[in-house]
Design a protein around this ligand. Structure first.
Ligand SMILES: *Cc1c(COP(=O)(O)O)cnc(C)c1O
Length: 247
């Protein structure tokens, strides 16, 4: 059985890094939520992190989450503890969208109008309001999911097409658009990721100005680059490897 002996120290190390990044950017550490990415790690890793105070977990595959989330809920229920909040951070295939509505508190990876429409109609059916984030591809890498936000400032055509998509999503019932999410490219020098995070923040500011939206969440930053993401305004960081080690 895996025991994750370094988890306690890893959490402390991450909290120190968060605090230092907040000092550098004149922010408060409580503006930054740590989401522990538990993909490829068992329910026991989640409950151990929970014991150490972590209350937000991220998963990227529906099948894995369908197994793990009920396991975690039942382990915690044995000691009368409420479940944590679960964040879906991976691409959602259309045929899996029904499952994600009931499993996840927030879906970070809404990457098309079509998926948003499907989630809206499923949320209607079960009479719930589903918090979502829109995932943006700000780097233009072909391998990344997300609404293309590459060049939105340089090209009016790109911007108006994007704004039109967001307008459609805003009109959909039973969705709550909480914010934006992105993944920076993996770059050996984390400092080089800064422009991607700055772009997501600028996009958020532009959408705030043009739509009646609060967009309070900026989900950005992973093991390699979260300090930079925080300096650029991240309110939620998604950390796997720095917490649980390599799966
Ligand atoms: C796996 C994953 C993470 C965590 O990555 P680490 O580099 O292990 O911290 C964050 N976000 C998404 C979308 C992921 O798939």
């Amino acid at each position: 059985m895996t025991t994750y002996p370094a988890l306690h120290d890893n959490i402390q190390q991450i909290q120190t890094t968060i605090a230092e990044a907040c000092v550098r950017s004149d922010r408060k550490p409580d503006e930054v939520t740590l989401v522990a990415v538990s993909k490829n790690h068992p329910a026991s890793a989640v409950t151990k992190a929970y014991e150490l105070g972590i209350r937000h977990f991220g998963e990227n595959r529906v099948e894995e989450a369908q197994q793990k989330i009920p396991q975690v809920t039942s382990i915690l229920a044995q000691s009368n503890q409420p479940p944590p909040e679960w964040h879906m951070i991976g691409h959602v295939q259309s045929r899996k969208s029904k499952a994600v509505i009931s499993l996840f508190n927030a879906i970070h990876s809404v990457d098309s109008v079509k998926l948003a429409r499907r989630l809206s109609s499923l949320a209607c059916q079960v009479d719930t309001t589903q918090p979502i984030l829109l995932q943006f591809n700000v780097s233009g890498e072909a391998s990344k999911y997300g609404f293309s936000a590459h060049n939105w400032r340089q090209s009016d055509a790109v911007k108006s097409a994007l704004w039109h998509e967001i307008e459609q999503i805003c009109e959909m019932p039973n969705l709550y658009l909480q914010g934006l999410m992105t993944m920076a490219p993996y770059l050996p020098n984390p400092e080089a990721t800064r422009p991607y995070f700055a772009q997501l923040r600028q996009l958020r500011d532009a959408l705030r100005a043009d739509f009646d939206l609060t967009l309070s969440t900026l989900s950005m930053g992973m093991t390699n680059d979260y300090a930079i993401a925080i300096e650029e305004g991240a309110t939620l960081i998604r950390i796997g490897t720095a917490l649980f080690g390599e799966p």
